[in-house]
Design a protein around this ligand. Structure first.
Ligand code: PHE
Length: 339
């Protein structure tokens, strides 16, 4: 048979199979073409008589013919009926389970935070990973000479584009988009810093920002009560308290660092909290009046608070994960343990 004849034979056989409309005909065609004494196996047997230099092309064409015929037969359901129900469905075999994924711990912390703050009236706001320096720095009172703007700290993409170093720029976007208060949002998202990766650092991590601004007076006590509620709900720690330590952030005044009562020892002191009874969780403060100025709001008419914390940090503390890198390796054995 020439290659051309093989092609013709293939076309004819496929047409025959396509036209077959009952199981008996399909079975007959199966026997005719690919059965033990069928025409295609006969061609394969006859390969040895084909001149050596033509053999590869010939073999390839015959195999392609066989594959096409088998696919066409399978489509017509060949074999299933002839083989009978016993071979088709072996009820003694273990069933096939669909592989089920588990929620990643970082997704879980973000979802939990959205649910907890949702109960307090916060909605989820979003912003892009690529920011402009105004939203990431200037509007947040961070001047150009500030070290955090340095190329050794921030991934600059261009003179006017960078990978956001914090989720705080979403504060600016939210206020600009809202046009007027009140706003009450949390903003989870990826953040980027030029950190060398080790057990507790990653150049790409996640934060959740919170912002509440209103025309009625908002106080540090409001902030504290909201974070105390969050501490209790997130860490599942009934006796959880919140402690504020004075700190500095360019865009809040006053600024604080926020500690939660250690959820492991309930404040008595243990290895997890380095015997202090407290675990540092977040940065926070009252929105600096100059930030309101940057979004065109009158600082005499509005007030608010902001807070921000690391998602990895909460996940590591809550689930006892000793190395931040485990959160990015997607080792199913690790992820399933936390499911
Ligand atoms: N953006 C700050 C940081 O990354 C955290 C923060 C958010 C502090 C909101 C105060 C208010 O360090």
């Amino acid at each position: 048979m020439t290659l051309e004849e093989i092609e013709q034979g293939k076309a004819a056989s496929l047409a025959e199979i396509a036209a077959a409309d009952d199981a008996a005909t399909v079975e007959k065609l199966r026997v005719k073409y690919v059965g033990r004494n069928g025409s295609i196996p006969a061609l394969i047997k006859g390969m040895k008589d084909v001149p050596k230099d033509e053999r590869p092309a010939f073999g390839k064409a015959v195999q392609a013919w066989r594959a096409a015929v088998e696919a066409a037969l399978a489509e017509k359901g060949a074999g299933a009926k002839a083989a009978g129900p016993v071979a088709a469905v072996d009820a003694t075999l273990p069933g096939r389970w669909p592989a089920q994924g588990v929620e990643h711990p970082l997704s879980r912390v973000i979802a939990d935070a959205a649910r907890i703050f949702g109960k307090l009236g916060f909605t989820v706001a979003d912003g892009p990973d690529i920011e402009n320096p105004f939203n990431n720095f200037t509007a947040l009172n961070t001047p150009p000479h500030h070290p955090s703007q340095d190329r050794s700290d921030t991934f600059w993409l261009a003179a006017d584009a960078l990978l956001r170093t914090q989720t705080s720029p979403v504060q600016i976007r939210t206020m600009v988009a809202a046009k007027k208060p009140p706003v009450r949002v949390i903003c989870p998202g990826r953040t980027y810093r030029r950190d060398t990766t080790d057990a507790t650092h990653s150049a790409n991590f996640h934060q959740i920002e919170g912002l509440y601004v209103d025309t009625k007076p908002v106080s540090l006590a409001d902030l504290k009560s909201v974070l105390a509620y969050f501490a209790k709900e997130m860490m599942g720690n009934d006796g959880a308290g919140v402690r504020f330590r004075p700190h500095f952030f360019p865009f809040t005044e006053p600024s604080v660092e926020v500690d939660f009562t250690c959820h492991v020892c309930k404040g008595k002191g243990c290895n997890v909290c380095k015997q202090s009874g407290w675990i540092e969780i977040a940065g926070a403060g009252m929105v600096d009046p100059r930030v309101f100025g940057h979004v065109g709001w009158n600082p005499d008419e509005v007030s608010g608070y902001a807070f921000g914390f690391g998602v990895e940090r909460i996940a590591m503390i809550k689930y006892g994960i000793p190395d931040i890198r485990w959160l990015y390796e997607n080792d199913l054995r690790f992820l399933r343990q936390l499911a």
